[in-house]
Design a binder for this molecule. Structure first.
Ligand code: GLC
Ligand code: MG
Length: 504
């Protein structure tokens, strides 16, 4: 009989939570066969996410790079000052990937995986020397402090706004008051306006050190860690032993000052010349941590060699082409579609999350109907959690999520496919302000061909079925297929639009 949390006593229920959180951490660690090649620990606002780039181009470039080259062998960690509430809001507004680990509320909350299971060990540790009531008492009625919104007040974080010119004095006097009350706290000033009070053992750096310790204990310490930040609450990330660090070009004064005073001689920390996610890509290249060319910047991969065939890369390129086709950024030629079909396995299938299947080549044919339908619109496509699994000597099963953004900043997830006909049906059925589609897809790729599918929760049974000869079953599929495509490789170089230029 399964035990449910509500049936347990308090002691048992905390044990239950502990077990859940341990197994989530284990899942995160075990997702990779060995040690992660790279663990990126990145701040979000003004680091991964550029709020001055309405097109989100550097973020989309990072996403394509991560999914094509790093997802299956590396770990993505977001470390933000935002509470879970505001973090979730940001994910609705910006084209973000799903991280393996999410650290929120300035290193006071650590969660694992897609379902964001909290690390209770971290909570217990922070509880040890913390008294939130003392913080509230000592900060009450201080005219320099303006309390932030309720969502940003968390169990181990009390947050205010403070004017820049008052910040130093108020931090000094607060720290004296807390000492007098016997409370050891950390006070952090960020972005020239935010003041956070946390337990001394908390913070983004401490949270990363805690993760490193856990990974090390399992013999799974990542080979390299790159920390990325722009403001005061990121400073301690850069003092964790052995990490590489990038302060993005647009970093705040308080972080640059901290660096000048504490880490100037450290060659493992750079101040990028590029903004936000473009600065992260720059750092990957600078420190030679792995590939640093985003597929979004590659104009012609038609001569890519099959020895370097990588299913994740193929999926990323396929959807880049799909985006450019619909935005009319590639030339509309029959040759383009023919080339694309030629690289598809004759028996390749795409399985839609609804369960419907279609031959990949038929999906490609459907692209004819949607050329340029997003021309002049803010239409973007990005794939997320692209995880290929080799299921035969020359075939792969690739699970991935596909997101689409079209027009404005309102997003919604929907388990819908990506084919033009689906899109039409979908946007008629729903309101036009529903703008993002999330689809869980499975793709099987067979060298030198592509072999597609689009999937739904029945995968384990389905997988067997179609991996062992899906070609005929798929062609009888009754429902509309999802369309998909490759990035630039089906078309000649001349037909590709110029690379996106990241402006400061
Ligand atoms: C985020 C949080 C805020 C915090 C700031 C700096 O903006 O929402 O509460 O003060 O980061 O850490
Ligand atoms: Mg920031």
């Amino acid at each position: 009989m399964p035990l449910y949390k509500h049936q347990l006593s308090d002691d048992c229920s905390s044990l239950y939570i502990k077990l859940v959180s341990e197994s989530s951490l284990r899942k995160t660690m075990d997702r990779l066969a060995g040690n992660a090649n790279l663990m990126i620990v990145s701040d979000l606002d003004h680091t991964m996410v550029d709020h001055h780039d309405p097109e989100n181009l550097s973020l989309l470039r990072f996403n394509a790079l991560w999914e094509s080259k790093y997802r299956s062998n590396s770990l993505l960690v977001f470390s933000t000052g935002r509470s879970p509430t505001l973090y979730k809001e940001l994910r609705k507004e910006k084209p973000m990937l799903t991280p393996d680990i999410t650290i929120m509320s300035v290193g006071t909350e650590i969660t694992y995986g897609n379902s964001m299971v909290p690390d209770d060990g971290w909570v217990e540790f922070l509880n040890q020397k913390w008294d939130r009531n003392i913080v509230s008492e000592e900060t009450r009625n201080l005219s320099e402090l303006t309390l932030q919104s309720d969502t940003e007040q968390r169990p181990h974080k009390v947050s205010f706004y403070v004017q820049k010119d008052k910040a130093q004095d108020i931090m000094k006097s607060l720290s004296t008051r807390f000492k007098e009350r016997g409370l050891d706290v950390k006070i952090i000033y960020s972005g020239g306006m935010d003041l956070d009070i946390l337990p001394q053992g908390a913070g983004k750096g401490q949270a990363l050190a805690y993760l490193h310790k856990k990974f090390k204990a399992e013999g799974k310490l990542p080979k390299n860690t790159l920390v990325c930040g722009d403001s005061g609450n990121d400073a301690e990330l850069f003092s964790i032993p052995d990490v590489h660090g990038v302060m993005v070009s647009n970093a705040q004064e308080e972080l640059l000052q901290w660096h000048a005073a504490n880490a100037k001689a450290n060659p493992k920390i750079i101040h990028a010349t590029e903004r936000c996610a473009a600065g992260i890509i720059q750092a990957i290249g600078h420190f030679k941590l792995g590939p640093s060319t985003s597929p979004r910047d590659v104009m012609d991969s038609s001569d890519a060699k099959m020895e370097t065939f990588d299913p994740a890369d193929e999926v990323v390129k396929f959807y880049l082409f799909y985006e450019r086709w619909r935005r009319a950024e590639v030339e509309q030629t029959e040759q383009c579609l023919a080339n694309l079909k030629a690289v598809c396995s004759p028996s390749g299938i795409f399985i839609h999350p609804s369960g419907s299947e279609k031959l990949l080549r038929d999906c490609v044919s459907l692209l004819r109907t949607c050329y340029g339908d997003k021309q002049g619109k803010q239409f973007r496509v990005w794939v997320d959690q692209v995880l290929p699994q080799q299921v035969g000597s020359d075939s792969w099963l690739v699970k991935f999520k596909k997101w689409e953004q079209s027009g404005c900043n309102c997003y919604r997830r929907a388990h819908l496919g990506a084919c033009p006909s689906d899109m039409v049906g979908w946007s008629r059925a729903k309101q036009s302000n529903i703008l993002v589609i999330l689809a869980s897809n499975y793709l099987a790729i067979q060298t030198p061909h592509l072999y597609f599918s689009h999937h739904h929760p029945l995968l384990p049974e389905r997988k067997k079925e179609w991996v062992s000869g899906c070609s005929t079953a798929s062609s009888s599929c009754p429902s509309p297929p999802p369309a998909s495509s490759a990035s630039t490789w089906p078309c000649s170089q001349s037909s590709i639009s110029p690379p996106e230029i990241i402006t400061k």
